[in-house]
Design a protein around this ligand. Structure first.
Ligand code: GLP
Length: 233
């Protein structure tokens, strides 16, 4: 798998240091203008590290992968809130973009988001992975040709993600998400996976077979992928 660089670390903190080095290099070389961001606990140490650093993002445009449908940005359960709390309130960017899960016309919102992505092609996309191998909210079975769309979450994802839901708000069963094709359009992909719960997904990826049942495996068809993990596979 010569397109895939595997970096083994001892902890999420070490993983965050690796991401920091990659981002620093990309910024210094001038290659990084449009940055794809992700949510989830995996991303927290990464954003913490950026905040305490002198990395300058003031010329950087960001795009987030996904957002729940029907949860306002003011709710602590929304991904917009997560991003503000963990990064955007503490570090300045040129412009940040997150799909609007409260949009009246969701199809129109998806189309507009995808158009923006065409206008500002992603230089680097950060990715986590779901326990079932989903990337963003592209669940098993999602077409590899998918662009930004409305996704229905699987029981597995609803179970895992609802643990983080606060204030008795019910987890939405649908979300807006960049598609697999939108994500693969990024010039560089950096995926992080920590802990035993991610073992099945990383094992599938490293086995080398590309299957829609494990969306993560589509990364094997990209020519610049870095995987940072603490798992011994
Ligand atoms: C959510 C997001 C994914 C993310 C995943 C993993 O489902 N939509 O983009 O990769 O969570 O989250 P965590 O980092 O908390 O394991």
């Amino acid at each position: 798998m010569k397109n895939l660089k595997l970096i083994k670390v001892e902890s999420p903190t070490q993983g965050a240091e690796q991401v920091y080095e990659i981002i620093k290099d990309e910024l210094e070389s001038g290659r990084l203008n449009v940055l794809g961001l992700a949510t989830g606990s995996t991303m927290v140490p990464i954003y913490d590290k950026w905040i305490e650093s002198d990395l300058d993002f003031t010329n950087i445009v960001t795009f987030n992968l996904d957002e729940y449908i029907g949860i306002p940005a003011s709710s602590p359960n929304s991904y917009a809130y997560f991003m503000n709390e963990h990064l955007f309130d503490k570090k300045e960017f040129r412009k940040t973009n997150i799909p609007d899960g409260m949009a009246e016309d969701l199809a129109e919102e998806c189309e507009a988001y995808e158009e923006l992505l065409q206008e500002y092609p992603l230089d680097l996309q950060l990715l986590g992975v779901g326990e079932n191998g989903h990337i963003a909210f592209n669940e098993p079975g999602t077409s590899f040709d998918s662009v930004t769309h409305v996704a229905r979450l699987t029981e597995s994802t609803l179970g895992v993600n609802s643990q983080y839901f606060e204030n008795d708000e019910k987890i939405p069963e649908t979300a807006l998400t960049m598609g697999i094709s939108s994500i693969l359009g990024a010039k560089k992909l950096v995926l992080l996976a920590f802990g035993e719960k991610k073992r099945a997904a990383i094992t599938k990826l490293l086995e080398g077979d590309v299957t829609v049942e494990w969306p993560i495996t589509k990364l094997l068809r990209h020519d610049d992928v870095t995987v940072i993990t603490d798992l011994e596979i």
